[in-house]
Write a protein that binds this ligand. Structure first.
Ligand code: GDP
Ligand code: IMO
Ligand code: MG
Length: 430
């Protein structure tokens, strides 16, 4: 089947961009279907590193067409900036190579200001959002006063709509949050200019993709965020405002049923999270420093979008199995195995204990994990660099055992193991 879907199984930053880059080698179209510039996907090719926030990571391959679906919320300022940075890095961005859905929703500076004001008002209950205006933009969509990118095709009415939206959000900013209002005229003028630049990219991506699928072209749907950040299935309310899970790939691109091939889950060999919310296997102290890194390496655990240090912990196989179920994953790609080198012993959460009772599945999903105590299984670690290894059987025995045990716990095949950020640092398992 010509549609493969890549999904984060954790709280985002699993290395989806890195895995998309591998699969995009054989794809014709690479499509983002949810989220906005809260995402930060990293692709490293040789000594060049690309950081993508809105444009699908597969665009780095010359032969692909990038698609930004109706399920996305798009800040045109960040998008234009990303286009310039990619062009500077040698990636061609033209209206032929990148198509944006007319039904994607717009993020304006007013949404960003509202995101910041709402976070401030939450006090100690902060979600720890990326402050990119994601929540307010999706709220506007659901409440049916959002602006869709199709409106950019008529610059005048678009600028008017932006002005009216900023005026309306100003009411909330000043009356509810005691925050500074924005200048609607200035924002409208700025956005009219963005509309002029982006209009040639806007079209009906559903039509493009259905035509491509009919001709048996290969489409790769690139998930953003992760299963545990899903509005319905994540650690609510510490989630994002969209649905990053697999079914949204159809909804967020305007594709019908019947095309889905592989649904590939990406998991780190350990667990990370940025922002607030429960994280049962979180560790602190020296071990956390070891898993997170100091920030010296580009792959150390600091947010690709916000630069915030990520919280780190042991892999949680209960949550992994949950992600496999929610998304109907067919296989797994494990990233960052190299980071576990030198840690003894390794731990994996295989269940939870509450009030003396043990659970292998979460009774009420992951929303309230706060009282759950993880039950760990210990596995022997390994020493010695694995970043140069390209064949499963060449890995240290303990590293093989770690992967085999994960596969047993997951119940689906692990087909890819990443041992470094660079494109070639990968082990394919038949
Ligand atoms: P995404 O949001 O899921 O695309 O992930 P991010 O790009 O935000 O974060 C993943 C980070 O891990 C990036 O810095 C990648 O370059 C890096 N990375 C991916 N795979 C590996 C790996 O196997 N080993 C190491 N050391 N780094 C990796
Ligand atoms: P990628 O695609 C990690 C998190 C934020 C916060 C919560 C809500 O790079 O994996 P939002 O700004 O979306 O309203 O924030 O979701 N979050 C991410 N964490 N990776 C991401 O994307 C994320 N996108 C949102 O940190 O906890
Ligand atoms: Mg990321």
């Amino acid at each position: 089947m010509p549609l493969d879907i890549i999904i984060g199984t954790q709280w985002g930053d699993e290395g989806k961009g890195r895995i998309v880059d591998l699969l995009a080698a054989k794809a014709d179209f690479v499509a983002r279907y949810s989220g906005g510039d809260n995402a930060g996907h990293t692709v490293t090719v040789g000594d060049q590193t690309y950081k993508l926030h809105l444009i699908p990571s597969g665009i780095v391959h010359e032969h692909t067409t990038g698609i930004m679906g109706n399920g996305m919320v798009i800040n045109p300022a960040t998008l234009l900036d990303e286009m310039s940075r990619l062009r500077a890095g040698g990636v061609q961005i033209t209206p032929k190579r990148l198509r944006i859905s007319y039904a994607a929703h717009l993020i304006s500076p007013a949404h960003r200001a509202l995101d910041a004001a709402q976070e401030k008002a939450r006090g100690r209950e902060q979600i720890g959002t990326t402050l990119r205006g994601i929540g307010p933009a999706y709220t506007g969509k659901v409440a049916r006063y959002g602006i869709r990118l199709g409106q950019m095709l008529d610059q005048e009415s678009f600028a008017d709509a932006v002005k009216v939206q900023v005026e309306s959000i100003n009411q909330q900013l000043t009356h509810l949050y005691d925050a500074e209002p924005l200048d609607p005229q200035q924002v409208a003028a700025e956005y009219a200019d963005y509309a002029r630049q982006l209009a040639p990219y806007v079209g009906d991506v559903s039509l493009v993709l259905s035509e491509a699928l009919r001709r048996n072209k290969q489409v790769l749907a690139e998930g953003a965020q992760g299963t545990l950040l899903d509005l319905d299935h994540g650690t609510y309310p510490f989630v994002t405002s969209s649905s990053p899970t697999a079914p949204s790939a159809l909804l967020g691109l305007g594709i019908g049923f019947g095309h889905i091939g592989r649904v590939i889950g990406v998991t780190k060999a350990f667990q990370t999270r940025v922002g607030g919310g429960p994280f049962p296997t979180e560790v602190e102290g020296d071990l956390a420093l070891r898993l997170r890194g100091t920030g010296e390496n580009p792959w150390d655990e600091y947010g690709t979008t916000t630069g915030r240090p990520r919280r780190v912990g042991w892999l949680d196989s209960v949550l992994l199995r949950y992600a496999i179920r929610i998304n109907g994953l067919s296989e797994l790609a494990v990233t960052k195995l190299d980071v576990l080198t030198g840690l003894h012993p390794l731990k994996v959460c295989v269940g939870y204990r509450v009030n003396g009772q043990e659970y292998r599945e979460l009774p009420l999903g992951p929303s309230d994990l706060s009282q759950f105590e993880p039950v760990y299984e210990e596995l022997p670690g390994w020493d010695g660099d694995v970043t140069h290894i390209r064949s499963f059987n060449d890995l240290p025995l303990e590293a093989c055992d770690y992967i085999v045990r994960l596969e047993e716990l997951a119940g689906i095949p692990i087909t890819t193991v990443s041992v470094g950020p660079e494109r070639s640092q990968v082990i394919h398992i038949d």
